[in-house]
Design a protein around this ligand. Structure first.
Ligand SMILES: [Zn+2]
Length: 51
């Protein structure tokens, strides 16, 4: 999988997400969940709908 960048709330900067997994929320939105490759904090990122 390509590298995914997401906002790390702990470091307040963009970091590469480690081990990203796609999940679907109850609202039907897709998002990626993973951990920060630098500090290990949990991260998530909404995935924009692509057609
Ligand atoms: Zn981090």
């Amino acid at each position: 999988m390509d590298q995914v960048e997401a906002f790390c709330v702990k470091e307040k900067t963009m970091r590469v997400m480690k081990d990203p997994k796609e999940v679907t929320t109850k609202n039907g939105r897709r998002m990626l969940k993973g951990t920060c490759s630098v500090c290990g904090a949990p991260m998530n990122k909404f995935v924009s709908m692509k057609k």
